[in-house]
Write a protein that binds this ligand. Structure first.
Ligand SMILES: N[C@@H](CCC(=O)N[C@@H](CS)C(=O)NCC(=O)O)C(=O)O
Length: 201
């Protein structure tokens, strides 16, 4: 299995989750500007959507979209799914919220010609979304005392918030610290060349 990623991008969530699941995989870096992989392939041939993440299985089949990839990883490692009879659906609910309401909310911060006004409005909305989750955290992690794949996705969003000068409501700064202390998170950050940057925040 191969994970196509770009350092510090949303694919970091899948990278962390694969390590946490104890699955064997190779990493392939993608240059999102040239759409070339580090081993010289045309990335658009692998994922015509052109963006990361992509998970490619040994038989060549590919899976895209964070929600699908993270759900698949949780399916392979059930301890990374929330407890309860609706655990699977609670996970999908959370991943969808992070994907559509938080991840996509960062768009103005990645758009070269975004105005300060657009960034301010996006920052305010993101603040509300982060607060919604922060107020409902039931322990060190989103669903309680145990890490689930949704935490990997939220962690990347928190790093982006910090990088863009957005203040995270409590207890999210402590959540970021917990995540950074996890060996699998440290490993993924190291593999992406982000370990030093990440300890600075
Ligand atoms: N809906 C996709 C969005 C993925 C996405 O936004 N990827 C970004 C990096 S975080 C990307 O590759 N952007 C480059 C591009 O769109 O050209 C998912 O959740 O997997």
């Amino acid at each position: 299995m191969k994970l196509y990623l770009a350092p510090g991008a949303c694919s970091l969530a899948d990278h962390i989750a694969l390590h946490e699941a104890g699955l064997e995989f190779d990493r392939v870096k993608v240059d999102l500007k040239t759409r070339k992989t580090e081993d010289g392939q045309d990335y658009s041939q692998i994922n015509p959507k052109g963006y990361v993440p992509t998970l490619q299985f040994d038989d060549g089949e590919v899976l895209t979209e964070n929600v699908a990839i993270l759900s698949m990883i949780a399916d392979k490692a059930p301890r990374l799914t929330p407890d309860g009879k609706f655990g699977h659906f609670r996970l999908l609910e959370m991943l969808t919220f992070i994907s559509t309401e938080i991840h996509k909310g960062f768009k103005p911060f990645f758009k070269a010609n975004a105005t300060d006004q657009e960034k301010k409005a996006a920052g305010e909305l993101l603040g509300k979304r982060f607060s919604y989750l922060a107020e409902r955290m039931k322990g060190d992690y989103l669903f309680g005392s145990r890490f689930t794949v949704a935490d990997a996705y939220l962690f990347v969003m928190c790093l982006w918030a910090q990088k863009n000068g957005l203040e995270l409501p409590r207890p999210l700064p402590a959540f970021v610290a917990h995540m950074k202390a996890r060996p699998c998170v440290r490993l993924a950050l190291e593999h992406e060349g982000l370990a030093a940057e990440s300890t600075a925040s």
